[in-house]
Every structure is written in C-alpha cells, then in structure tokens.
Design a protein around this ligand. Structure first.
Ligand code: UDP
Length: 149
C-alpha cells in the first residue's frame, strides 16, 4: 500500500570483480562497468590500484603450486587494475556467465572474454568463483567503510 517495494530476497549477493591490467591498458574499463550496470548490478565499491605483490599472492593463493603462478602474479601486478564490488540477485554466477570461460578460445560469444581477450593468461576480467571466494576477495580489496550499504 505504501507503493514502495523493498527487495530483500535470499538470492541477493555480493561479489568481487576486477578488470585486469590488460583490460585497463586497453581502455575497457568504462564499457565493462556499463555491462554490469546494464545487467542491473549495483556497483557498491570501486577503485583503481596497482596490486602489491603480497596481495596478489594472497588473492591467487589457491594457484600457488600451479606452474603459471609466477607469471600470473607478474601479470596482475604489471599495471593498474580496477577493483569492483558488485551487488545483485545471483551476481556471483551471473558475473561468471558474463565473463565467459577462462580460456577466451572457449568463451561463449557475447561474453567479455570472447569479445575482448585473446589468451588464457591475459583474459581481461576476474570474478569470484563462489560465495566463499567472494567474501574472501572482497575482504582483501575493500574495507567495510569503502562499500556502499
Ligand atoms: N591462468 C593462466 N593459465 C592457466 C590457467 C589460469 O594463466 O592455465 C590464469 C588466468 O588469468 C585465470 C587465472 O589464472 O583467469 C585464474 O585461474 P582460474 O582457473 O581461477 O580461472 P578464472 O576463475 O579466472 O576463470
């Protein structure tokens, strides 16, 4: 009766998205942010930074033993990234769908990686894989006071 609709469904989530140094270098920041906004996600945190090596190693800790770990850390610290906190209904899987497969060769048409990336190493965008990673990664890159309520 008040005419005001307040959504507080169970599927409301937060996730961590990051435009990688290749994406920033190639000036893709604005159009990637626009995709998120068009999709209906709310940008609740946003900053550009060069990731300190130690933070990069923490962020990618699950890959520490993989052969590409050193290159991955070199790449992700090679220039500024754009750190983004997103909120929306089912945003964790929604963002992953918008990104496309890790290897751009396998990424579905219309996804960010299919449209903008060429190699598995430099694939433009990061998005948390699941709820646990989302909470962990948001905590690595944003303080509570840096996120909108
Ligand atoms: N990566 C790589 N070589 C590989 C697999 C992954 O360089 O063989 C890099 C790539 O940048 C990828 C990141 O490591 O985005 C994290 O890998 P993950 O499997 O978590 O893929 P994502 O979740 O980013 O799709």
């Amino acid at each position: 009766p008040s005419g005001q609709v307040v959504y507080c469904g169970r599927d409301m989530q937060r996730t961590y998205a990051m435009i990688k140094p290749d994406g920033v270098r190639r000036q893709l920041t604005a159009r990637i942010l626009q995709r998120f906004i068009d999709k209906g996600y709310r940008v609740i945190g946003l900053k550009q930074l060069v990731i300190p090596r130690e933070l990069a190693e923490q962020h990618y800790a699950e890959h520490r033993e993989r052969p590409f770990f050193g290159e991955l850390v070199d790449f992700i610290t090679s220039g500024p990234v754009v750190a983004i906190a997103l909120e929306g209904e089912n945003v964790i899987t929604g963002l992953r769908a918008m990104m496309g497969a890790t290897n751009p060769k396998d990424a579905a048409p219309g996804t960010i990686r299919a449209d903008h990336a060429t190699t598995i190493g430099e694939n433009v965008i990061h998005g948390s894989a699941n709820e646990e990673d989302a909470a962990r990664e948001l905590g690595l890159f944003f303080g509570d006071a840096e996120l909108l309520r």
